[in-house]
Write a protein that binds this ligand. Sequence first.
Ligand code: FAD
Ligand code: NAD
Length: 471
Amino acid sequence: ASASEEKDLVIIGGGVAGYVAAIKAGQEGMKVACIEKRGTLGGTCLNVGCIPSKSLLNNSHLYHQILHDTKNRGIEVGDVKLNLANFMKAKDTAVGGLTKGVEFLLKRNGVEYIKGAGSFINENDIKVELNDGGETTVRGKNIVIATGSEATPFPGLEIDEKRVVSSTGAIALEKIPETMIVIGGGIIGLEMASVWSRLGTKVTVVEFLGQIGGPGMDAEIAKATQKLLKKQGLDFKLNTKVVSGDKSGEKVKLEVDAAKGGKAESLDADVVLVAIGRRPYTQGLGLENIGMELDERGRVIIDSEYRTKIPHIRCVGDVTFGPMLAHKAEEEAVAVVEYIKKGYGHVNYGCIPSVMYTYPEVAWVGQNEQELKNQKIPYRVGTFPFSANSRAKTNLDTDGMVKMLADPETDRLLGVHIIGPNAGEMIAEGTLALEYGASTEDIARTCHAHPTLAEAFKEAAMATSAQAIHF
Ligand code: FAD
Ligand code: NAD
């Protein structure tokens, strides 16, 4: 990077938020630099998040299915063995291919990719400590902060990524632990618990709240999910808070307190996964040099056009408000460039899907029953079980259901909640319907191919607006 040349846009962070903004700005003909210190692009999502975890989830499911779900399909398999090193290599191949692909896309769109750690010198100049040694400065007319998030640590229990791990350690264990305790029954906790449990680890999930899956998950769906995961061998301690931990012994020990009526007890395991949430990451960014303050949760404060209090410095992704999701970061990245270039942009925060990639998958978009009740919004419910869907029956894979919530007066769709095979793909249909303000009758009258799992989606809409045919 040359110190003299001013860029139209400098982006700090090359995660999903940063690299997508960089590509979009390149496409808009802007002069762009993207600073990333990790050594590879793609951020948490591509390197240690979405992508590697889905590789492990997909392949552990395959392994588990070969072990436990073939005989009834008339398939007899011989000696099935897991090669953990190669299992991890498959994950690394997926990650490597995608991060290199992103680097290629930046190049193709004329983005200057600067490998190093960026920090504000003043409101326009960024110092970059280069990964290869030395430093440079880069000047931006506009700057986007996209520095992401990191795992929230558990006080008093230091993460060593071997025995006490965050998700980063949990996707890279070198041997299959006999026992594992997961602190936090949110999405990271349940996805990682599923992976290791399928490979043979005895996993206990300790969750502070009375429900798994985090706050967005519909309570009825969360209960059904817990039941299915329990059947797969996971143990749950709900309404239970981990209060302290000690890793000085052979096993990692945890003291837990039952929040409601239960008793305090000690638990121990070979590996403890800390999955109690993530927090914004702004360390070393030099925000103090530009007088930028954070909110009480460490988030960069922005307005509806992603502007910080210094108008030409904007911020998107995990480091600011909203759900910490890659596709949310991606939407914001496009919108922020549009605001800079054209003065307008758009993200519909009421229409961001969530997917938990357990088996079966759990997916939702819009509002859940608890949220509607809390806001005293009237609603109608329609459900359709996969046990009544011909494709699910053919696949011998009938656990779960599609649930829809709609306005009782106008029939407008308010939320979709799915637990079942392929829920993560099916939710796209719900998201599109919600985005376009569909009524459930609109969905019910849309022809769906037979035999598909998506017919359960149509029939849930029929059940909401009138009556399902097959249930
Ligand atoms: P990040 O991806 O964290 O990227 C920020 C980047 O900025 C990092 O690479 C960092 O090195 C860099 N950086 C920070 N400071 C500086 C600096 N000063 N100078 C230079 N570079 C800097 N979301 C989903 O939607 N679906 C999923 O399936 C999913 N699975 C996940 C699984 C796990 C285990 C985890 C941990 C997260 C998962 N997420 C998932 C969340 C998703 O990863 C994040 O929402 C997403 O990565 C946010 O993108 P971001 O660009 O805002 O931040
Ligand atoms: P989370 O906030 O979803 O869940 C953390 C859970 O830990 C909560 O249910 C909380 O009640 C519980 N908890 C907190 N302190 C506790 C304690 N002392 N004892 C017991 N339980 C405690 O956070 P996460 O699962 O760590 O995920 C972080 C972020 O990453 C989320 O925003 C998530 O959306 C994102 N993510 C998304 C995906 C996906 O989209 N598939 C996958 C992984 C991560």
